[in-house]
Design a protein around this ligand. Structure first.
Ligand code: SIN
Length: 332
């Protein structure tokens, strides 16, 4: 394949462990995330120019945070910068360095809001690390190389994530381990593929962009000043309706958060079952106009609706992704 020397790969830094440092190179857990800027982070990736294959590197520090602190403002800024770069004809693909903790939420958010016309032909690749940049054996540099390998792969497109040599789609990817380097999986769907010595081996097709996402979606995101408040409640042994009632009632809502709750995602047991006390409170909430969405708290699988289902289900989205989907639906 002829490579245009002016073809660009854009790196957007947002922080995370991949940009983290600890006092000692032997320490892989007591570190501070988001300390190293994206340029310094890339300087430490010795094979980068080889995998870039003559393409130009463009970098931008969009944020510098521990991803547990991800905010709507950062998502908004990130989506706008990604869309800005994707619209440039010389940009081949985008790599986003991100913390692992909410990577799946950001990936799904971008998948949901980026115009189909942009991601149908170019990849947006999120990558991360489980060990800080200061580690004696960091995993970040290899993940960066693998992410670039994905970004330059002919035909690559859609929002994907790369970690530990495994390629995941934005809809299915989920962090499943708090320590191992291979911390993600894609549940029942399985990974999209693997990155082996700089080559991508697909085992599924590149993800499809949501069909109904037009340029207007990203323009709407740009103008949002107040995101609809959607909370997640979990059903468990001994659950009650107290949390839901508090969220919905005006007085308690003021104590918990200034904005009234507009949506509730239920991390339900098994195939969408909910403790009867919580269920009663959720029905009261739904009657009061709060949107309720059922997701399963099981790590894999989806809620299969039954004839008597009281609440709509999340169509296979995990509770955190169902929350993003419900927020975006409420924005319409
Ligand atoms: C973070 O999510 O920013 C910190 C944890 C990590 O990246 O592994």
């Amino acid at each position: 394949m002829a490579i245009n020397n002016f073809e660009k790969i854009v790196f957007l830094g947002t922080g995370g462990t991949i940009a983290g440092t600890a006092a000692s190179s032997a320490d892989n857990i007591a570190y501070t995330a988001a300390q190293v800027g994206v340029n310094q982070l890339l300087d430490a990736v010795s094979g980068l120019s080889r995998v870039l294959g003559g393409r130009t590197l463009v970098t931008e520090q969009v944020a510098q945070i521990d991803s547990k602190d991800m905010s709507f403002a950062v998502w908004q800024q990130l989506a706008l910068r990604v869309s800005h770069y994707l619209s440039q004809s010389d940009v081949k693909g985008i790599v986003i360095t991100h913390g692992t903790d909410t990577l799946e939420e950001t990936a799904f958010f971008l998948h949901a809001v980026l115009p189909a016309s942009q991601v149908a032909s170019k990849p947006v690749v999120l990558t991360c690390a489980m060990r800080p940049a200061s580690s004696a054996a960091p995993d970040g540099p290899q993940n960066v190389m693998d992410a670039v390998a994905v970004a330059v792969t002919p035909g690559a497109h859609g929002v994907v994530a790369v970690c530990a040599g495994t390629l995941h789609g934005a809809v299915d990817v989920q962090k499943v381990h708090p320590y191992r380097l291979d911390a993600f999986n894609s549940g029942d769907a399985g990974p999209l593929g693997y990155v082996e010595e700089g080559a991508v081996r697909l085992v599924r097709n590149w993800p499809l962009a949501p069909v109904d996402i037009a340029q207007s979606a990203i323009e709407n995101i740009a103008s949002v000043t107040h995101w609809p408040r959607v909370e997640i409640v979990m059903s468990y042994a001994g659950a009650s309706g107290a949390m839901v009632d508090a969220l919905v009632s005006q007085g308690d809502a003021q104590r918990l958060d200034a904005a009234p709750v507009r949506g509730l995602v239920v991390a339900a047991t098994g195939n969408g079952t909910v403790h009867h006390e919580l269920q009663a409170a959720l029905i009261r909430a739904q009657t009061a106009g709060v949107k309720v969405l059922l997701a399963t708290r099981c790590a894999s699988g989806r809620v299969l609706p039954t004839p008597g289902s009281v609440f709509p289900d999340s169509k296979g989205l995990s509770p955190v992704k169902a929350r993003v989907a419900l927020m975006l639906a409420l924005l319409q």
